[in-house]
Design a protein around this ligand. Structure first.
Ligand SMILES: Nc1ncnc2c1ncn2[C@@H]1O[C@H](COP(=O)(O)OP(=O)(O)O)[C@@H](O)[C@H]1O
Ligand SMILES: [Mg+2]
Length: 315
């Protein structure tokens, strides 16, 4: 069995490389040949396919050269269609195109797209009846010149109260998540966002600086940790939080698995807040979760679960 690990050409940091080597090791242990391919590399290939050829991977390609019709196959440029793609990137258009060309992509393009956008995630989870903090989704702006979401901020601010949480729809590691202490600060944050979409969320005070991260693979939680940060309302480890192993109760585990099912995910890192009375509230779902911290904390290697899960789905 062979697969491609699709990664982003422009974020090959140590943090990501560490994760990728865990996936390579796990694949090797299962007898799977995993090859790294960057989004840039694939777009270069596919871009020319779409222009000159049709369905390059599946049918081979016919093109005109010196008046003669030539046939070229994927093998001619050293490419074989892989049995699967482990898509560890957010280049959604690429994921869709690989699926369109008949490849099996994990997680699916649609589920990665839905997780990438916090507003879409919220809507899909709400439709599935999963409890989340009260949330308002910013109205789309095409440009910011002279336009301002004043009415929207008045309404969301007065209904949610202060402090409230502002999150850019696209962001991670807690870096695009802010706490607005009053209406003025809410407005200041939103002005700095320009035309970037955002959500405004009820601040869950009971969860201040603490949450849980559960890793789901298939229909099971395979590992969990509690994260805490006494210095910040955001518990992300990258933002200075500390971690300890955590065994979820039935309600938390059920919520994490149901969230993944609602989003059509094969695996994910699910963040859950502690609501009043410790009732769980779904915070967000990460289709490409960084599981190295979880490994350091719990000794559970999510890469092994993910690779075995993919193998079981394909055999
Ligand atoms: N509504 C909220 N109330 C209280 N804390 C929150 C809320 N939303 C997020 N947080 C805290 O902020 C952190 C980052 O938010 P999250 O939505 O997970 O964004 P990111 O994708 O950046 O991790 C969470 O892990 C949690 O600790
Ligand atoms: Mg998070």
């Amino acid at each position: 069995m062979n697969g491609w690990l699709v990664v982003n050409e422009f974020v090959m940091t140590d943090k990501f490389n560490e994760l990728f080597s865990m996936l390579f090791k796990a694949a090797m242990a299962e007898g799977i040949e995993l090859t790294k391919r960057s989004n840039s590399e694939l777009w270069t290939m596919l871009g020319s396919c779409n222009y000159r050829f049709y369905d390059f991977f599946t049918t081979g390609c016919t093109f005109e050269k010196d008046g003669a019709s030539m046939v070229m196959s994927a093998a001619d440029i050293g490419l074989e269609m892989p049995d699967f793609i482990l898509f560890w990137d957010k280049d959604i258009r690429l994921a869709y195109e690989l699926e369109r060309q008949g490849m099996k992509v994990f997680n699916s393009a649609q589920s990665i797209a839905d997780c990438d956008d916090k507003a879409v995630t919220f809507l899909k989870l709400a439709a599935a009846g999963i409890r989340q903090p009260d949330t308002y989704i910013s109205p789309k702006k095409f440009h910011t010149d002279g336009l301002f979401d004043k009415k929207f901020l008045d309404m969301a601010g007065s209904r949610l109260g202060f402090p409230c949480v502002v999150k850019e729809n696209f962001g991670s590691f807690g870096q695009q998540v802010y706490l607005a202490m009053d209406r003025k600060q809410l407005e200041e944050f939103v002005i700095t966002l320009g035309d970037r979409p955002y959500i405004i969320q009820e601040y869950i005070f009971a969860s201040k600086g603490r949450d849980i991260r559960l890793e789901v693979v298939g229909d099971k939680v395979v590992a969990g940790m509690q994260r805490s940060n006494p210095m910040d309302f955001r518990a992300n480890i990258t933002n200075g939080g500390s971690m300890q192993p955590y065994t979820p109760n039935v309600e938390q585990a059920k919520m994490a698995v149901e969230a993944c099912q609602a989003l059509g995910l094969d695996f994910a890192g699910v963040d859950i807040l502690f609501g009043p009375g410790e009732k769980p509230l779904l915070c967000e779902v990460n289709s490409n979760a960084h599981f190295k911290n979880l490994f350091d904390c719990t000794g559970v290697n999510a890469a092994e679960y993910i690779i075995r899960y993919i193998k079981s789905k394909l055999s």
